[in-house]
Design a protein around this ligand. Structure first.
Ligand code: BGC
Length: 398
């Protein structure tokens, strides 16, 4: 059984590589055997299950998109739809097997195993736990399934084929620079801040933290610092409650949070303790709708806008090329990032700090999220609902 399958596999690979000789060369070196298009490698009975409509000249196959959580709006609102739309345009007959792990690493492991058992030909994986996910990559690679490490870097002794993300250390620098500039502009001498970092199992959280410290250290006193496990906003809220009861409402001048979800939790804790969040500049990240509205209301100072669309679309381009056994188009891959095992060919996009009116080095809400229609055609209507209409008019958001 095994040897028959191997012979069939070798024959198919030879046929595919004859068709794609120039295209496959690089992929074979980086990603092992070129993936066969059409699910031909799987058992006949599984093809139908995995496939959508059959393309002319072969059965349809599938790829996997595995996202880490849904408490942060971006994944279901942006990453998934943008990826799916682009991938369907480029690889119309290929099914996307989608799962969201809700920040439970063991669930993600099972979702990956299920996708592999289903016969996916490419895996796009945004890991809950960057080290633990190394085992998923090793499993996939042993079955010649190329893996794209999406947004968060996969480590754990693994060799993902590509990494697509933002310059995440820069995200932390931008957050910290904006907060420092605001505290200085407000005339705060010897500023004291609290810090709530992201999930310690997410390599991005380490990069955000390092980037932020590179700006803060020597310039501010970090009076309290901790990490919100699994990026949970409610965990951030509890941490901020604890910070406030330890240092008192006057014990800090500003608050660093690694993303908008944790900023929401921290700001809720301030309000509950009777602190007006307008008096404590705060950071976040993701340009979530709720955060942009807090910025309009003056409750959050800065967020970091990462245009998810190009991130998801470049990943879709790579995934479709890998599915077809082709080399990505020139210019898609722009650098390399070391994951502790190899230099992973990478695409790193540029983040932008956003404040209401674009103070200092930041850009304004109007020039970023609104201009790009980040929440869709009705972006302005979504932001400027109800009580936010006045603030929108004042900020020329229309
Ligand atoms: C992402 C952030 C997100 C956080 C929580 C990070 O890896 O880069 O955009 O807010 O995870 O999901």
């Amino acid at each position: 059984m095994r040897s028959t399958r191997s012979i069939v596999r070798v024959a198919i690979l030879m046929a595919v590589s004859l068709l794609l000789v120039p295209a496959c060369k690089k992929e074979k070196k980086e990603g092992g055997e070129a993936p066969t298009p059409t699910g031909a490698e799987g058992k006949a009975g599984e093809e139908g299950k995995a496939g959508g409509e059959a393309p002319a000249g072969g059965g349809a196959g599938s790829i996997a998109l595995l996202l880490p959580e849904s408490q942060t709006a971006r994944y279901e609102a942006a990453d998934r739809p943008f990826f799916e739309a682009k991938f369907k345009e480029l690889c119309p007959d290929v099914e996307i097997v989608y799962s969201n792990a809700n920040q439970v690493a063991s669930d993600q492991q099972q979702q990956a195993e299920a996708a592999i058992a289903k016969g996916v030909k490419v895996m796009v994986l945004d890991p809950v736990d960057g080290d633990a996910a190394g085992a998923i990559v090793n499993d996939a690679k042993s079955k010649n399934i190329p893996v794209i490490s999406y947004d968060r870097l996969i480590k754990g002794g693994s060799s993902p084929d590509y990494y697509v993300s933002f310059d995440n250390e820069r995200v932390g620098q931008l957050q910290a620079q904006a907060l420092l500039a605001k505290l200085t502009a407000d005339g705060v001498k010897n500023p004291r801040i609290t810090m709530i970092n992201g999930s310690p199992t997410d390599n991005n959280a380490t990069l955000f933290k390092n980037g932020a410290h590179s700006q803060f250290d020597g310039k501010v006193k970090v009076v309290k610092e901790d990490a919100a496990a699994n990026w949970k906003p409610e965990e951030a809220q509890q941490l901020m409650e604890q910070f406030i009861s330890a240092i008192g409402p006057k014990g800090f001048d500003g608050a660093y949070q690694a993303n908008d979800g944790t900023a929401g939790g921290a700001i809720a804790a301030m309000k509950a303790a009777g602190i007006d969040p307008k008096t404590k500049p705060t950071t976040g990240q993701d340009a979530e709708l709720a955060a942009i509205q807090r910025i309009l209301a003056g409750e959050q100072y800065v967020t970091v806008y990462k245009a998810i669309r190009p991130e998801a679309e470049k990943t879709a381009e790579l995934a479709c090329a890998l599915y077809k056994g082709e080399k990505p188009a020139d210019g898609v891959v722009t650098g390399k990032v070391n994951n502790g095992t190899i230099d992973v060919p990478s695409v790193l996009l540029t983040p932008i700090a956003v404040t209401l009116d674009g103070a200092g080095e930041t850009e304004s809400v109007a020039d970023t999220v609104v201009k790009d229609k980040f929440y869709g055609e009705d972006t302005v209507a979504q932001i400027c609902k109800g009580d936010y209409a006045k603030a929108c008019a004042a900020a020329k958001i229309q």
